[in-house]
Design a protein. Sequence first.
Length: 284
Amino acid sequence: MYCYWLLLLLLLLSLVAGQDVFNGTANNQSAPKEITLSIYSYLPVPSSFKDTISSMWQDNYPNISLKFIEWDCYNEEESAQYPTADVFIFDAMFLHLFVKKGVLLPLTDFLSPDSLHDFYPFAVEAGRVNDQIYGLPQMACTTTLFHRREDTSMNNINSIEDLVSHLHTTNKEFIWKWCGGGSCSAFYLVLLQMKYGYNSRLQLPEHMNDLDGEIISRLRDLSCVSNDGPLEAFFNRTQDILVHFTEGLHSAKIQEKEDVIVQPFPFQRNPPSFYWRLACLNCR
């Protein structure tokens, strides 16, 4: 999927270069000498991403240089000035603001329905405003379930109850990597956000009797079939199931990633859209 996303990013850059993406020809008269790209500065390995996209660009457009420039959507001074790069990547929480300010070019007309088949539907929706797609999803900071491709029984896991039952039946455990250093209080808050939504203001309990019974029950069930083992235990196949943030896959080697299926955590049907990294085209 990531290689496919890189191809779509290449498509965005080619639009700036004056490339006719439908006929495979370039408009040499309008083609710029240089195109600028601002990547998401908090990527796990930004240097690797730069090297990959630079190589792909050089293979396709050797006469147009690709320059990486710094821009941080979380930097107050930089975000107030809006991005100057031709193509830039940012968190989707700023999407509606940039659309309102006329910063982004709609991409809907440049994308066929088949070009988005490799993305989760909720990932595509993260870049959509008023029926127009403004950004291509790159990565989400959300809790996901990783498992082996050959373990087809995991394809039927649609709830926490399914997951717990499966682990009891197979006598397995999963590695549980969430926030807060693995504390139960942090896990409780994560499950609470999943249940009520990341955009809602959570009402924290004033007394122990006010704790959400459903969350406590799920937390108890999950803690019985999980452990806090190292990520390496999953990637070296010592353990077969991992619950972690999406970025956890970046620590794996390419051959290890090919063996892994990624799906939303069962209790989270609609992961938060504002933590999606989106690649967009600057129309200014």
